[in-house]
Ligand binder design. Structure first.
Ligand code: SF4
Length: 119
């Protein structure tokens, strides 16, 4: 599992506030962990065991299938499309750009063509 805590801060301040995964989603750490919008983030977070036994008993793990893309030779379009259960034609053809799905004050950047349907 790769979830990278980042020092990146688009505004140049508050450097420990943001979390991102593999440069596909960038938001305030609490926002990202409580409201992930990218399918890959959701899958990564679903793999984390819950300390509460009741919540752990009902945790729904999202299992990824398909080929892991080569970082040296990524596929065209969305680099996650070989493993995404929501893939469509546009995903295979166009690399999604970051879009702010938060607010101007509380940004939540997501690079996914269909992120609105995962809210
Ligand atoms: S752009 Fe398409 S393939 Fe990539 S994460 Fe979003 S739905 Fe999945």
């Amino acid at each position: 599992m790769l979830v990278r805590q980042t020092m990146r801060d688009p505004g140049g301040t508050d450097n420990d506030k943001y979390a991102e995964h593999d440069q596909r989603e960038l938001a305030d750490r609490n926002e990202l962990y409580s409201n992930p919008k990218h399918p890959y983030t959701q899958a990564l977070l679903s793999a984390i065991p819950m300390p509460d036994p009741d919540k752990e008993a009902t945790r729904q793990r999202i299992l990824l299938e398909g080929d892991v893309p080569s970082p040296a030779n990524p596929p065209p379009g969305c680099r996650f499309h070989t493993r995404c259960g929501y893939v469509t034609d546009i995903c295979r053809e166009e690399d999604p750009e970051y879009r702010n799905m938060g607010t101007e004050a509380e940004t939540h950047w997501v690079a996914c063509h269909h992120a609105e349907q995962f809210q």
